[in-house]
Design a protein around this ligand. Sequence first.
Ligand code: FAD
Length: 389
Amino acid sequence: SRTPDPHDFLDLDAGLAEEERAIRDAVRAYAKDQLLDRVAEWYESGALPAAELAKGFGALGLLGMHLEGYGCAGTSAVAYGIACRELEAVDSGLRSFVSVQGSLAMYAIHKWGSEEQRQEWLPRMAAGDALGCFGLTEPDAGSDPGSMRTRAVRDGSDWVLSGTKMWITNGTVADVAVVWAQTDDGIRGFVVPTSTPGFTANEVKHKLSLRASLTAELVLDGVRLPSSAVFPEVRGLRGPLSCLNEARYGILFGVVGAARSCYEAALEYTLSRSQFGKPLAGFQLTQRKLADLLVEVNRAGLVALQIGRLKDAGSLHHNHVSFGKMANVRSALEVARTARSMLGANGISLEYPVMRHMANLETVLTYEGTEEMHALSLGQAVTGLAAFR
Ligand code: FAD
């Protein structure tokens, strides 16, 4: 048998279906041609050519790619995961762009929307002609979204929304916002065209993480919507949580890409730089670190693949997703921090991808359910005891 490939040590990609490999190669090629040379500049400036990216990702079929119909590609869950992995190997912000569009905004409309809402938005969103965002978090409601204050009240047949959403990815560039609000009937979701009077999005500045991603505060000041704007059936947190579960799935695959990028940078760097008369990679302490990175990257890849297979088989439970999100983000963050040290001073530079990934992963640890929330979910799953409050 041949020596394992340092870049796919457990030969995980050998088990991919043809479609999955084709998507991997297409996203890698797009990343190499269009993203890798520009991402450091986007990160430094905090600006993103959102419309151009949307068109590019749309043309590749990445937006809502695992959804059926309405111009979506309808791929396997693993194929979607692999696309996330390859995008996040470039930057977590770019994967977030695709996650928010496909797994949060489009998924919400696909799963809970009326036929009219689906027809109106999904084909344009799949093509990248319209961008969506997903407003759940508020200044005073993060891990505990049930305490949200945004309210929707009826006025005749209309709805009127008031409140503030915070930390909303793509909020400043979205054409449509899926907004969750309290009603007399529990929490409900609304499809809000961002051109509606009373809707404003303000950019969140001064971020030190996920800088190649646009983040916004949404202000809803008496936003008046027709009765057709509400998701007809779903009530309560089940609505938003079902969407988050989809996005978390993309994350547990995506971070494998960020970890792989850090590992590869550390391997290449320590092989090419010498101190004390030999390559850094030849020192035992460096090899200890390389071996640790190798294990974390491949173990996370294996966890992602198994969770992807469960999803394709229809047997995925949200506890599996909590397991993968917690385990893989933690692995990726450890990999990034260790790789950072291995590049010495260059490790802190934007000339190399490592510190950018490391800083990004601090956001990924927090959003879509913090590491602590997923630990509590797993604790509840194995004990039957809820420790959330
Ligand atoms: P808090 O809930 O205040 O938590 C602070 C700390 O306390 C955490 O460590 C948490 O784990 C811990 N904690 C809280 N409760 C408990 C408990 N019961 N037991 C133990 N520990 C606890 N939201 C959206 O709706 N849409 C988006 O598009 C979006 N994009 C984002 C983009 C970025 C860059 C960031 C940073 C966030 C984004 N978010 C988005 C928000 C994100 O989902 C929240 O930040 C996250 O849910 C955590 O909420 P919080 O920040 O209010 O922290």
